[in-house]
Design a protein around this ligand. Structure first.
Ligand SMILES: Cc1cc2nc3c(=O)[nH]c(=O)nc-3n(C[C@H](O)[C@H](O)[C@H](O)COP(=O)(O)O)c2cc1C
Ligand code: SF4
Ligand code: SF4
Length: 257
């Protein structure tokens, strides 16, 4: 939920360097008499002016967290990042071991900190842990009704068997990622997956549970979705399957112009 914010510039601290002017995505700042002036308070509230100011002259009210000072550049080591991306797998076999609440919170934090178009921050989350079987049962009933049609439309669905664990694979948790904007939710989900992996968890994006949640009236009611759209679902838990090698992928379809 978006809160009310106000940007303040300390005239005492401001040296008129113009860094905030250059970094503002909507040209909302000018320098007058060697002091930064905010033109309107109805901007993106992206916080770049406060983040870039070398004199900490800009502050923004209404957030529950203070800005954290960055000392030096945060470095992502390219090879380690590539290895993480290359070796992550969709996990469909899980250990019967719960995931700590703090880890779930960190996974959601990775989503919360992900950029969104126009800084909308309009992604929300539903964590399923306690009553997963109840939700899964309703989704299974829905999927069984849809299966004959799916088998006609999708050749790769011909051999599918819908058992009681069809969606969650006995995983101890799932996080529904909701947003009007598919891109915002997908970007958040991707960072959440990486954070989950960093904690030794395995993830399965369940497009099928997202579809059931969006189209089954019973499930929508149970999840209290109202008008919200489930963009994706991260099924997560500790993997009960070792992968001994990477999978092969198609070459990138890319053009350099
Ligand atoms: C958006 C999305 C939805 C997916 N939905 C399902 C699903 O409902 N059930 C499933 O078993 N796998 C699902 N997958 C997993 C894909 O099948 C899997 O990512 C793909 O086969 C590549 O395997 P890998 O993730 O191990 O590299 C989904 C993946 C994505 C990205
Ligand atoms: S919060 Fe962002 S959009 Fe608003 S004035 Fe600062 S830099 Fe510009
Ligand atoms: S970046 Fe800071 S010091 Fe520089 S003009 Fe903007 S508010 Fe003033």
């Amino acid at each position: 939920m978006r809160r009310e914010h106000k940007i303040n510039v300390s005239r005492k601290k401001c040296i008129g360097c113009g860094m905030c002017v250059k970094d503002c995505p909507v040209n909302n700042i000018r320098v007058k008499d060697k002091k930064a002036v905010i033109k309107t308070q109805s901007c993106l509230m992206c916080g770049h002016c406060a983040a870039v100011c070398p004199k900490a002259a800009v502050s923004i009210t209404g957030f529950s967290e203070p800005p954290v000072e960055i000392n030096g550049r945060t470095v992502l080591e390219p090879q380690r990042l590539m290895d993480a991306i290359r070796t992550r797998r969709s996990v469909r076999q899980y250990r019967q071991e719960p995931v700590d609440a703090e880890i779930i919170e960190q996974v959601i934090e990775a989503g919360r900190l992900t950029p969104s178009g126009e800084n909308a921050q309009n992604v929300s989350y539903i964590v399923l842990q306690r009553e997963m079987e109840r939700y899964e049962k309703t989704a299974v009933l829905f999927a069984k009704r849809m299966l004959p049609l799916m088998k006609i439309i999708k050749p790769n669905a011909r051999n599918i068997i819908i058992d009681d664990h069809f969606f969650f694979k006995e995983a101890p948790a799932a996080i529904l990622v909701l947003a009007k904007d598919k891109v915002n939710a997908s970007l958040a989900a991707s960072n959440m997956e990486l954070m989950a992996e960093a904690h030794g968890l395995g993830v399965l994006y369940s497009g099928l549970f997202a579809m059931a949640a969006n189209h089954s009236f019973a499930l929508r009611r149970m999840l209290k979705l109202r008008n919200a759209k489930v963009v994706t679902v991260l099924v997560l838990g500790y993997p009960n399957v070792p992968y001994h090698r990477t999978v092969q992928k198609e070459p990138a379809d890319v053009r350099y112009l």
